[in-house]
Design a protein around this ligand. Structure first.
Ligand code: MTE
Ligand code: CO
Length: 429
């Protein structure tokens, strides 16, 4: 069944009548802000001609057993920057933040950061081992893990190197590249506390070291207090199984802390009485200061925000008039309490509107709507969290940290919007 032969044969007159009725109704409601006068419909083929999708049957059910976005959204993809890394196996792809809305990142668009490529793990062969300073070293299958009580939590994951290329000045044109090493997902998993309790912690236990099953065997030291507080051993993201890129079948969730600690393809957790000082917390993921000393164990991701639209990849096509500014804010210390937006490079600030769930250690969505007069804008956003922390300017950050490190750049981003609607990554001082 189906196909073009069964298309209804509508006459031009009935088609016209039907369409003008709809057009008139919708234009009255929307006309005040952004619509066009109904009269314009007479010469608009999008109104006067019936498109194919209104005339023929479409695909039936289950033609697309796993749904994909519309063909017209094919440009909404993760992207990488070829010159950034020596090989694609140890590299990063970026979330297309400028195309997204709300607070959840679709699974297929979550940025990826792999040190040894994507491990394709067979869940039936996968095991999680707990060893070290425990009463009973244990080995869990995936089925074993799914017999513990579960929790559902939305958290952001931000790589410590997000915005790292911007430390010395504005460089990459697009929030996908400047801020796209962040994603926000609802995880389903088991509190790590439950699993450690099952093994029984020795009295001198003070640290844990998660380890990945990929060929990089990624490992980090995490204080036991954090492990017992809110870490999850997660097997689902946004309701479905973790994607291979995100650590299928099991990953560690370390809310608010740098992405590197969220070990993917999690196969082992060792319990110890002191940190291990692994490669990823000595030569990497320490922040080199001007005086040659390094900041060590900089785990928490401080409050940060970015305007995702307009931005260099999402220019203002409508020129002047009613304009929606949209962006993301997050804090690894707690909940975003307020976001301000500036149109003039930080001289004047306006309170933005937070919309949608505002959750601790998840991203929050903000909006600021205004009537653009068409003149140049220097757009900025500034996040605050419930600890009282205020996102610093890039200059304030550099005064304290220098420019040697690529990690933990949470400075305020500036977008220059020109009168023709084009947007560029710039800095103001
Ligand atoms: N875990 C393993 N096993 N191997 C890795 O390469 N990369 C880490 C972390 N966990 C990594 C890993 C880094 S640096 C980051 S930022 C996050 O995973 C990225 O998570 P994502 O790929 O889900 O965005
Ligand atoms: Co990282």
């Amino acid at each position: 069944m189906g196909g073009k032969s069964s298309a209804p044969d509508r006459t031009l007159t009935s088609r016209r009548g039907f369409l003008t009725g709809v057009a008139a109704g919708t234009t009255v409601a929307a006309g005040v802000l952004a619509g066009r006068p109904a009269a314009a419909a007479e010469s608009d083929p999008a109104i006067t001609e019936l498109p194919d999708w209104s005339r023929y049957l479409g695909d039936g059910v289950a033609v697309r057993p796993y749904g994909q976005p519309s063909q017209f959204e094919a440009h909404v993809v993760r992207r990488d920057v070829a010159w950034l890394t020596a090989s694609p196996e140890s590299s990063v792809s970026f979330t297309p933040l400028h195309e997204l809305d709300g607070i959840l990142t679709p699974n297929g668009l979550c940025f990826e950061r792999h040190h040894a490529g994507i491990a394709e793990v067979d869940p039936n062969q996968h095991r999680l081992m707990i060893n070290g300073l425990v009463d009973r070293p244990l080995v869990f299958t995936m089925d074993d893990i799914k017999r513990f009580p579960r929790e559902n939590r939305v958290y952001f994951l931000e790589c410590a190197a997000n915005s790292g290329m911007e430390w010395r000045g504005a460089q990459l044109n697009g929030c996908q590249y400047t801020h796209g090493m962040v994603h926000s997902v609802m995880y389903t998993g088991v509190p790590l506390k439950r699993i450690l309790e099952e093994a029984g912690l020795k009295t001198n236990a003070a640290w844990v070291m998660p380890e990945g099953a990929d060929s990089s065997a990624m490992n980090r030291s995490i204080p036991l207090q954090k492990a017992l507080d809110d870490c999850l051993v997660a097997f689902k993201m946004n309701g479905e199984a973790l994607r291979p890129e995100q650590g299928y079948p099991l990953r560690l969730v370390v809310p608010g802390w740098e992405g590197n600690m969220w070990v993917k393809w999690l196969r082992r957790i060792e319990v110890g009485d002191e940190p291990w000082h692994t490669r990823e917390e000595t030569s990497k993921y320490t922040d080199l200061l001007e005086n040659g000393q390094s900041r060590r164990f900089t785990w928490v991701m401080d409050a940060k925000s970015v305007i995702t639209s307009p931005s260099p990849q999402a220019p203002l096509n409508h020129k002047k008039g009613m304009t929606v500014i949209s962006g993301l804010a997050w804090s690894g210390r707690g909940t975003v309490s307020r976001v301000d937006v500036s149109l003039d490079g930080g001289r004047n600030w306006h309170s933005a509107r937070l919309d949608g769930p505002v959750l601790p250690r998840a991203v929050s969505r903000f909006y600021y709507e205004f009537d653009w007069d068409g003149s140049d804008l220097l757009l900025q956003s500034r996040a605050m969290d419930d600890t009282g922390y205020v996102q610093p300017t890039k200059d304030e950050l550099r005064a304290v940290r220098g420019v040697n490190s690529i990690y933990h750049n949470n400075g305020i981003q500036t977008w220059h919007v020109r009168s023709n609607g084009e947007v560029e990554n710039v800095e103001v001082s």
